[in-house]
Design a protein around this ligand. Sequence first.
Ligand SMILES: Cc1cc2nc3c(=O)[nH]c(=O)nc-3n(C[C@H](O)[C@H](O)[C@H](O)COP(=O)(O)OP(=O)(O)OC[C@H]3O[C@@H](n4cnc5c(N)ncnc54)[C@H](O)[C@@H]3O)c2cc1C
Ligand code: HEM
Length: 368
Amino acid sequence: MGDLARLLKESWSLVEEHQDKVAGYFYARIFLSHPDLRDLFPVHMDVQRSRLLNAIITAVQTLEDPEKFDDYLRALGRDHRKFHVEPEHYEVVGGALIEAMRQFAGEHWGIEYDQAWADAYAVIASKMLAGAEADTNPPYWYAEVTSHERRANDIAVFTVTPMQPLEFRAGQYLSVECPRFQPRLWRTYSPANAPRRDNTLEFHVRAVGAGWVSSALVRRLEVGDMIRLAAPMGSMNLDRRSTRDAVFVAGGTGLAPIKSLLEELTRYNRTRWVHVFFGARTRDDLYDLAELNRLAARYPWLSVVTACSDDPTFPGEQGNISDVVARYGPWNEHDFFVSGSGPMVKATMRTLAELQVPSVRIKYDSFS
Ligand SMILES: Cc1cc2nc3c(=O)[nH]c(=O)nc-3n(C[C@H](O)[C@H](O)[C@H](O)COP(=O)(O)OP(=O)(O)OC[C@H]3O[C@@H](n4cnc5c(N)ncnc54)[C@H](O)[C@@H]3O)c2cc1C
Ligand code: HEM
């Protein structure tokens, strides 16, 4: 471990058990010295689970070689424009972070720790700032809701039309904010279509438990509402040069990016067999099956296998989709695309490892 990494880890261990207090102090310091910055953050802030503080600490501690994370940090900086973050804010936040740690570290804190955090933070901030400055796109796009359909108790499919062209690649995801109901709370959702001439985007959203944003998008959003979209990100894209057949594994609304990739394939594919595995708990959760079946009827290269894990009378496959994939195959020569909840993606990755699918042939998006 390098010297800097050692100092960062050592110093963090001094405050780790007081994380909540560090978070409280960090924000109090920012908001007292710069009250205008409060407006950048969500109305209801769960300081204990602070996204910003946790993210900075993780970034500083894990990015031992910031050059390796250049693209990620530049994208993060670009993305921060949607929060209305200005260059001068970086110094305020960096200063508050070090103050907060020093406050709770006790007598073991040393000047070398101050320097280590200041150095690491400065490198990360400079990359984020460079990314933000180089971006010629707007910080966010307004988009009008043009259709909204409840497909299951907790699932909605809706379409929006951005007010300005928004470029993205099939398989990417976007940040979404619903200002009418949950201002300043941004979450990522994957368009379920490839880029279209008319610029429209379709989203598939499942309302999770006490979820702030997903509940609003599923249960409250209406035609005519405006949402905001930002910063297309992600690399679960098709390689047009690949001649390998492809397997798409989707759990629940994890189908969204898979549909986007399928739509792209319908525009050029003639030669690749494509197998879609779509799993959910019950048949009601297979909310887009009719559309998938329509595509399969139209494109002879496409086959669809469906599975339910909690619906014993469902006539398709039974069990978790990761296990169902293993019942088919062999898969050693295929490109894989996996999308769904954290546990679903993890289970599928385990299955694919057991089936000896090389990891370079697997792309995935985990929703948690
Ligand atoms: C790359 C990416 C793409 C995504 N694309 C989609 C998409 O196309 N469609 C879609 O429906 N979702 C998608 N998500 C998930 C989405 O971003 C939100 O995390 C999800 O909608 C919950 O947000 P929330 O504000 O409603 O919940 P929060 O208010 O953030 O969380 C509320 C509670 O729910 C729990 N929780 C959060 N997420 C989940 C989850 N996925 N499952 C179970 N419990 C959870 C939290 O731990 C918390 O206790 C994607 C996530 C990522 C990272
Ligand atoms: C090293 C510097 C920084 C890093 C690594 C960093 C990283 C992050 C990450 C990863 C997130 C979560 C992203 C998301 O949920 O979309 C986040 C959220 C956020 N960041 Fe930063 N950030 C930095 C600096 C700043 C600065 C200077 C500001 C200005 C005040 C800022 C304001 C915010 C806000 C408002 C949020 C949303 C918080 C929320 O939803 O609770 N960040 N940051």
